[in-house]
Unconditional design. Structure first.
Length: 58
């Protein structure tokens, strides 16, 4: 399998402002509404699950 093959539940793009999300400073719904995160495909509510599963290093 190569990158881009198969279905995805959530695809998003984010800039450096995403680092504010790591310690819980920026809620996923706010990250989307303020443009810190752009949902490219899928349900935006899945960003919460992503954020609780993966943590960005400071």
């Amino acid at each position: 399998m190569t990158r881009g093959d198969g279905p995805v539940d959530l695809a998003f793009a984010a800039g450096p402002g995403i680092r504010q999300r790591s310690p819980g400073e920026l809620a996923p719904d706010r990250a989307i509404s303020t443009g810190v995160v752009e949902v490219l495909r899928g349900r935006g509510d899945l960003l919460e699950r992503f954020a609780s599963t993966f943590h960005l290093a400071a």
